[in-house]
Design a binder for this molecule. Structure first.
Ligand code: NAP
Length: 447
């Protein structure tokens, strides 16, 4: 029997576990997660109104219920919980699928003003992440600036523009729903530093903005025309060409009516957050122009956009895990086909998959081939790995170390508690938003 620990129960972790048990009947996998709940960014990153993507949880669930896979939630790997070195002693191999846990910074004056948040903080709040302490995002705000033109920027823009009747059927926590229902934010400016043909959002997500009830989406044709590929997008790769076509449509006919207005802006790079006391009241941008090599240069001309809420949506970043090597430049763990490299040399029994392996790019499905590559490397190494003695049952060793994992029955109890909470509010399933209520629910394991 080959005992493998997968650290992280998001898509890359679950797909790794799936490949391992599908390809080798001798493999047993424990999927560990710091949180008592599985599914990683599918639960805590995918926007609540994207029910179809969220339903991927059903596929992930099948893997976690496999007879040779075991979910162990509430286990923090690292110095504060189970050190990496101890974890390695308990299993023949460990696959780290810990994602990219923090957000990038802009490094410009005023970034820390009240009212300026990372998109990650906003997403965590409306996704009921138990570590999310912030609230008051939309309180007192009439206009918002979203910096960045990736899919997360589109998500947060859409959540600001959605009305209560559209959000109520989702599993969003009640406090976030009430706050967004009362929101007075009527204008959202989503701003890219480069041109429309370089935007990172995908066309399906972009197009969806134009279908939101009561929301008018507009662009500035003069800005779009600055992009050399805008006039003739035929040379662009298909995804970018389709984006340009959608924007072109909005340039001639803005979509929808105007309870909410979403303005997509381009060729503006943020240089400073403007302050009203200790609160943000706007963002100063420098106008840019294409440099002919896919980048932009500053023009020395500036524009200010008023906003009482600023969401910085400029990408995620991996964080180092104590005991594992880390490439600080890329925010990833160095690896060779998923095998962790220590000082350039393969470290036997240590693997990575997902964003901590390749950086925060791609959609959920990108994790499948990524996890498969890693699992294949691990199974190639299995004949050597299995020679090392490991405890009969790592769970007993974890308990002896004072760790009390939330097992699958605990997670099922959380699911029941969320269904009950929703029923009591006259809604569908509603997520529990804090550690206390999650752990209290998990302790009520009896069906
Ligand atoms: P992203 O796709 O990397 O987009 C980051 C955006 O921030 C880009 O527009 C980038 O512009 C901009 N940016 C970076 N640094 C900046 C700076 N200093 N000043 C101004 N702008 C800056 O990241 P993301 O939106 O966080 O998404 C992460 C991944 O999750 C992506 O692969 C995304 O597709 C995926 N995702 C998918 C979905 C979905 O499928 N529905 C939903 C959410 C997320 P430049 O291009 O100029 O660097």
């Amino acid at each position: 029997m080959l005992r493998v620990a997968v650290v992280g129960s998001g898509p890359s972790g679950v797909y790794s576990a799936q490949t391992l048990v599908q390809q080798d009947p001798a493999v047993h996998v424990d999927v560990l997660d710091r949180l008592p709940c599985p599914y990683g960014l599918v639960r805590y990153g995918v926007a609540p109104d994207h029910e179809k993507i969220k339903s991927l949880q059903n596929n992930l669930r099948t893997v976690l219920e496999h007879e040779r896979v075991r979910f162990l939630g509430g286990v923090e790997v690292g110095p504060a919980g189970l050190p990496v070195e101890r974890l390695r002693e308990l299993y023949h191999a460990v696959v780290y699928c810990v994602g990219a846990a923090t957000d990038r910074h802009l490094g410009i004056p005023g970034e820390e003003l009240r009212g300026s948040w990372s998109a990650t903080e906003f997403v965590s709040w409306y996704s009921a992440h138990p570590d999310s302490l912030a609230d008051g995002f939309v309180l007192g705000a009439r206009a918002a600036v979203v910096i960045g033109v990736g899919n997360v920027a589109v998500d947060v823009t859409r959540m600001l523009a959605r009305g209560a009747s559209e959000l109520s059927p989702t599993d969003m926590p009640q406090a976030a729903l009430s706050a967004l229902a009362a929101s007075k934010v009527s204008q959202v400016h989503m701003v890219g530093r480069r041109g429309p043909s370089q935007a990172r959002f995908t066309t399906k997500e972009l197009r969806e903005l134009g279908t939101l009830p009561g929301t008018r989406v507009s662009v500035n044709p003069a800005e779009l025309e600055l992009d050399p590929a805008y006039g003739d997008p035929s040379g662009l790769p298909a995804p970018q060409r389709r984006n340009v076509e959608v924007l072109r449509g909005w340039a001639s006919t803005p979509s929808g009516d105007d309870r909410h207005s979403v303005r997509l802006r381009f060729f503006l790079r943020p240089v400073e957050f403007l302050a009203d006391g200790d609160r943000v009241c706007g963002v100063r941008f420098e106008r840019t122009e294409p440099d002919g090599r896919g980048g932009v240069t500053g023009t020395g001309r500036y524009e200010e956009i008023e906003a009482q809420l600023v969401l910085r949506s400029v990408g995620y970043r991996g964080v180092p895990l104590d005991g594992l090597p880390f490439d600080a430049e890329h925010g990833t763990v160095p690896h060779l086909a998923g095998r962790v490299l220590r000082d350039g040399v393969v470290a036997p029994g240590e693997y990575v998959a997902g964003w901590i392996k390749r950086g925060p790019t791609g959609v959920i499905g990108t994790n499948r081939p990524c996890a498969k590559e890693t699992a294949t490397s691990l199974l190639e190494d299995a004949p050597v790995l299995v020679r090392r003695e490991v405890p009969e049952d790592p769970l007993a060793a974890l308990r002896a170390a004072g760790i009390a994992p939330v097992e699958w029955t605990g997670w099922e109890a959380i699911e029941r508690a969320e269904a009950e909470l929703g029923a009591s509010l006259g809604r569908g399933v509603v997520k529990l938003p804090d550690w206390e209520s999650l752990l209290a629910a998990a302790r009520r394991c009896a069906p």
